[in-house]
Design a protein around this ligand. Structure first.
Ligand code: MN
Length: 249
C-alpha cells in the first residue's frame, strides 16, 4: 500500500468545539478539508462535543448540518470509525442525525483503549466544578425527563429556548472570573483516579494545551482541544503517543 493512501492509518483524531454554523463558513470549510486531507484512512475520529454552535433537535435545518452528515457518513463508509460525544451546545443531537452521519454516540465520560493506553474522553464541562451555577443548570437541562419534554416541543419554541439559554450563558460568562470557567484540578485528579486512567482528552474550555498531572505518583497527561473560532486544530494519537496541532483559521 502506498503511503499516500495509507496516511491516516494507525492514527486516531480528536476534535471538539468546532461550533459549526452557516454563519461561519470558514470553519466549516476548514473542517471538511481536515476530514478529507488528514482524517481519511485513519482508524477513528472522535468528536468530543460542540460540533455545532446550536442544535435544537435532529430537525435542525442549517445547510452545515446536512453537509456535515454527508461528509462524516462518507468517512465512516470508507472505514474510519466516527464517534460523537455531546457538548453543552449540541446535547440534543440524537440517534436520527447520528445514523445519517455514520456516527456512534458515546457517553461522557468514555474510557477507551488507545493503542494500549487507557484514555478517558470527556467534553470537559463537568470538570468545571467551580462554576456552580452552570453545573446546576446542566443537571436540570440534561435530566432525561427534561430532555424528553424538550424533544416534544415545536421547533420554533425549542429555537427560542436555545437562544435564551445562549444569551443567558453569555451574560453569565461575562460576570465570571476566568478561573471559574476552567477545569478544577482536584476534579481532574479525582476523575483520573476513579476511572483508573492516566490520560485524559477533552475540550470545552477553549484553552488548547497539554497539561501534566501527577496522580498517586504517576505522571499523567491531559490534552485540551482547541475551539474552531479564530483557529482550528486537533489532537492525534498513535502507538507512540499524542500530539496537539493548533493553527490560525
Ligand atoms: Mn462546550
Amino acid at each position: 500500500m502506498s503511503l499516500a493512501s495509507n496516511r491516516g492509518a494507525g492514527r486516531t483524531f480528536f476534535v471538539a468545539d468546532l461550533h459549526l454554523t452557516d454563519e461561519r463558513p470558514a470553519a466549516t470549510g476548514r473542517f471538511f478539508r481536515f476530514l478529507q486531507d488528514e482524517v481519511t484512512g485513519a482508524d477513528a475520529l472522535y468528536i468530543l462535543g460542540d460540533l455545532f454552535e446550536a442544535w435544537t433537535g435532529d430537525d435542525h435545518d442549517e445547510q452545515v448540518a446536512r453537509d456535515a452528515a454527508s461528509r462524516l457518513k462518507a468517512l465512516a463508509d470508507a472505514g474510519t470509525a466516527v464517534y460523537f460525544m455531546h457538548g453543552n451546545r449540541d446535547f440534543m443531537l440524537a440517534q436520527r442525525y447520528a445514523a445519517q452521519s455514520g456516527m456512534t454516540l458515546i457517553g461522557d465520560p468514555t474510557r477507551i483503549d488507545l493503542y494500549g493506553v487507557p484514555t478517558l474522553l470527556m467534553h470537559g464541562d463537568t470538570l468545571c466544578t467551580d462554576d456552580l451555577a452552570y453545573q446546576d443548570f446542566r443537571r436540570r437541562v440534561r435530566h432525561p425527563f427534561v430532555l424528553a419534554l424538550l424533544r416534544h416541543l415545536p421547533r420554533s419554541l425549542r429555537r427560542r429556548l436555545a437562544r435564551q439559554a445562549r444569551a443567558g450563558s453569555e451574560s453569565a460568562k461575562a460576570g465570571k472570573a476566568a478561573e471559574i470557567m476552567d477545569v478544577n484540578a482536584e476534579e481532574v485528579g479525582r476523575v483520573l483516579r476513579e476511572q483508573a486512567v492516566c490520560r485524559l482528552i477533552h475540550g470545552h474550555t477553549h484553552r488548547p494545551a497539554r497539561h501534566a498531572h501527577v496522580v498517586d505518583g504517576s505522571d499523567c497527561e491531559r490534552w485540551v482541544l482547541p475551539d474552531w473560532y479564530e483557529r482550528w486544530g486537533y489532537a492525534v494519537c498513535d502507538a507512540a503517543g499524542c500530539a496537539l496541532r493548533v493553527e490560525a483559521l
